[in-house]
Design a protein around this ligand. Structure first.
Ligand code: GLA
Length: 386
């Protein structure tokens, strides 16, 4: 529907032969706040996506129209300088243009219309879908042949410019995800492989707390990263070879317990344990051990809530109330935190009753309507036609 609307609008206003690109959002099975610590993550692409239509326009300007909650249009010079716009999303395009120009890509004027169905600010990485999708789209329209690995770095650099010091999980998920699979990514060397996540007789369900976050302007995310860096600095004083939390053991960490703050110590502990949970999760999925998958999800949530402190009372409530429903094996908050969704593993025959139980209890407790979705794992960014 959205795709048709975006394409029809482009054809009516800009011309008949746009490149059409689908750029998905992502979920994460486990491995939270490990990416920028060069650890392991296990994300996947979702079917919900942003659709871009794009074509060269023989001008010195990028004209972009968005079908978001409000239709909006902005125009930017192709070097990304001095854009005049109010929308927050404009900053991403501006940043990407500036990065492409700095990297000496020959940028030309383009018309671009985009829109989609990834809810913004709910931990499904709409911004990675936007940045990776637009860079991929510009590369197609201008025949720049930018490799996917490079697109990931450009999209990450755009987030950093705007203020979120994120890792590479979201970008790699969007660019390398594969239908029915999770992407096992080692953020140290960016090697990756695929793990099927379908468990016979069980479904993955997303429950959106309907509490929005805006990580890019919420320095809490960057403060978590800073905590980890402080611990690494301290460890380095006695272990020169340590350059990240990757490979650091709990024993190593305990050596410096009295030389870092309690908060930083707990946060680093989360990262070390979370890497182990990713490896355990892959084993549990391979063995089809749903009970074990559920208990890893719950352990992950507890750690994000009490050790890393990125949950909210609403997300904690969704997880806690899930535990009281028959058929829910486990749940956890997903993504950067401070709002967004939980991901839940539920036995098929209890799906309807369990989801209803959670949503009703959530409404009674918070007054907020939670929204639920059956998780559909899709493919990475792709060119639909040109
Ligand atoms: C956000 C960031 C990612 C990652 C997650 C937490 O989605 O963009 O890089 O750090 O939070 O796992």
């Amino acid at each position: 529907m959205t795709q048709n609307k975006v394409v029809a609008y482009f054809k009516k206003h800009y011309g008949n032969d746009p490149y059409i690109i689908k750029s998905p959002g992502r979920v994460n099975i486990i491995g939270e706040h490990t990416d920028y610590n060069l650890g392991y993550v296990l994300p996947a692409c979702i079917e919900k996506s942003i659709y871009f239509t794009i074509q060269k326009n023989n001008s010195q300007y990028l004209q972009i129209e968005a079908f978001l909650s409000e239709p909006e249009k902005i125009t930017l010079p192709i070097d990304g300088a001095d854009g005049n716009f109010e929308s927050f999303w404009g900053k991403y395009f501006e940043a990407i243009l500036q990065i492409l120009v700095k990297k000496n890509y020959p940028i030309q004027g383009m018309d671009c219309v985009f829109g989609g169905d990834i809810p913004i600010g709910f931990g499904l990485s709409s911004s990675a879908a936007l940045c990776c999708g637009f860079t991929y789209a510009a590369s197609a329209a201008l025949d720049l042949k930018i490799p996917r690995e490079e697109i990931a770095l450009i999209a990450q650099a755009a987030e950093h410019k705007i203020g979120l010091n994120c890792g590479l999980m979201d970008q790699y998920a969007v660019l390398f995800g594969k239908k029915s699979n999770a992407l096992f990514l080692d953020c140290k060397d960016l090697s990756h492989s695929y793990t099927p996540i379908n468990l016979n007789g069980y479904s993955w369900i997303l429950i959106n707390s309907n509490i929005k976050h805006q990580l890019a302007v919420d320095s809490e995310y960057n403060l978590r990263r800073r905590s980890c860096e402080k611990v690494v600095q301290k460890l380095k004083e006695s272990h020169e070879e340590i350059t990240s939390l990757r490979g650091v053991s709990m024993e190593d960490l305990k050596e410096i317990k009295n030389h870092v703050s309690k908060t930083d110590f707990r946060r680093a502990g989360h990262v070390i344990q979370e890497n182990k949970r990713v490896l355990k999760m892959i084993e549990a999925l391979k063995e089809g051990d749903a009970a074990q998958v559920g208990s890893i999800l719950l352990a992950g949530h507890r750690s994000l809530s009490t050790e890393y402190e990125v949950s909210t009372k609403e997300l904690d409530f969704l997880v806690e109330i899930g535990q009281k429903q028959e058929g829910v094996l486990g749940s956890r908050m997903m993504g950067g935190g401070f709002g967004g969704c939980t991901i839940n593993l539920i036995k098929d025959e209890f799906e309807e009753s369990a989801v209803k139980g959670i949503i009703d209890a959530y409404k009674a407790e918070t007054g907020i309507d939670a929204i639920y979705n059956h998780l559909e794992i899709g493919n990475s960014v792709q060119l639909l036609s040109s």
